[in-house]
Design a protein around this ligand. Structure first.
Ligand code: KG4
Ligand code: ZN
Length: 331
């Protein structure tokens, strides 16, 4: 039996979980900086790092208390080492290293992208091969897992991530940060009536959202300049349908090529209600984590760390952050 203390600080959530054998969550405590950054319209990296440093001891204490454990019950400490914001990553890594040295507990360095995929194991059993679409604020990637804990990046965005695009369009629609959930909510009240270009409608497995983003900016600016009304709900709906069509159609192409036994959609944008609805029609057995495990959380760090522990992959105290890591990198 292995009890893992799992720490996530790659962006704007300070999140710590106590996870047993990578599947049983004894506690999950998350302190989000979202409200703070909503006022500023987006994450300020330096501030985020400082806030993690301030919050970590409290989140740590609460996570142990809620699990009804003390640090002496912990067998391994897992921490996100990349990708992410360098200062934020280093806050979590420094905290994890200190605990590891002080209490003589082995340290595991986790890849945040792999963690989004293995968040699935907190709720489902995975059958391989699996094809996984990771859609988050920083990434849009198609990842093929031929077998357990093997990651092949088979398609990715050439520019903006889907979540980033949601957040930027929301900003010009004057909706609060993060924009994804706002657009999701308003799109339900609107119709797909604005004409927008189809993003990277080709035979590759790569995505591109910057053209769509520019087209949205141009349409909205031109309407504003002419003093014409912007039907926000309709615009949110049109934008969302365009993004989701692109995600689903690339996932279908990848499915045809790789013939996986399991299809999964993970990461913050997988919380989108319309994406879930569409995906469940096109891929009836698609695996999508529930909300608490789709956005950044400590439990998914513990889930993937379990696979590293099984393989004897531990980190040394000289562990550094790797802000630009890809899903294929072992940290
Ligand atoms: O995975 P995540 O929590 O953090 C990163 O690793 O980036 O993803 C955050 C992203 C943000 O861009 C946010 O707007 C988006 O996920 N998001 C959503 C929804 N909930 C969160 N996008 C669309 N619809 C949602 N319901
Ligand atoms: Zn994430």
């Amino acid at each position: 039996m292995s009890i893992i203390l799992a720490i996530e600080t790659s962006c704007d959530e300070t999140s710590i979980a106590v996870v047993e054998n990578g599947v049983k969550v004894h506690s999950l405590v998350t302190n989000t900086q979202i409200e703070h950054f909503a006022k500023l319209g987006g994450v300020v990296p330096e501030m985020s790092a400082r806030m993690h440093l301030m919050n970590l001891p409290f989140v740590y204490k609460q996570a142990l208390d809620e699990a009804n454990m003390t640090i002496t019950d912990i067998d391994q400490i897992a921490v996100t080492a990349g990708p992410g914001l360098i200062g934020s990553l280093l806050s979590g890594i420094s905290f994890a290293k200190s605990l590891s040295i002080l209490h003589n507990i082995p340290l595991v360095a986790v890849n945040h992208m792999q963690a989004h995929i293995y968040a699935l194991e907190l709720e489902y059993e995975i059958t391989y091969p699996m094809l996984s679409l990771i859609v988050s604020g920083g990434h849009t990637e198609l990842v093929y897992l031929k077998e357990e804990f093997s990651f092949e990046l088979v398609g990715e965005t050439l520019d903006d991530a889907a979540g980033e695009c949601y957040d930027k369009i929301a900003k010009i629609l004057e909706l609060p940060y993060p924009g994804g959930p706002q657009i999701d909510r308003l799109a339900k009240l609107g119709q797909n009536t604005y004409e927008l270009p189809k993003p990277k409608n080709d035979q590759t497995l790569d995505f591109s959202f910057s053209g769509l983003k520019s087209a949205c900016f141009n349409q909205l600016n031109s309407l504003k300049m002419k003093g014409e009304e912007i039907r926000v709900n309709d615009f949110a709906c049109s934008f969302q349908e365009t993004v989701i069509n692109s995600l689903i159609s690339k996932l279908q192409m990848a499915e045809a090529k790789y013939q996986p036994k399991t299809i999964a959609i993970v990461g913050g944008v997988s919380a989108n209600s319309r994406l879930k609805e569409r995906a469940q029609v096109v891929f009836p057995n698609v695996l999508i984590p529930s909300f608490k495990y789709s956005t950044d959380n400590g439990a998914m760090i513990g889930a993937v760390a379990h696979h590293q522990i099984k393989r004897g992959k531990f980190a040394s105290v000289s562990l550094n952050a790797n802000p630009g890591a890809t899903v294929e990198d072992q940290l």
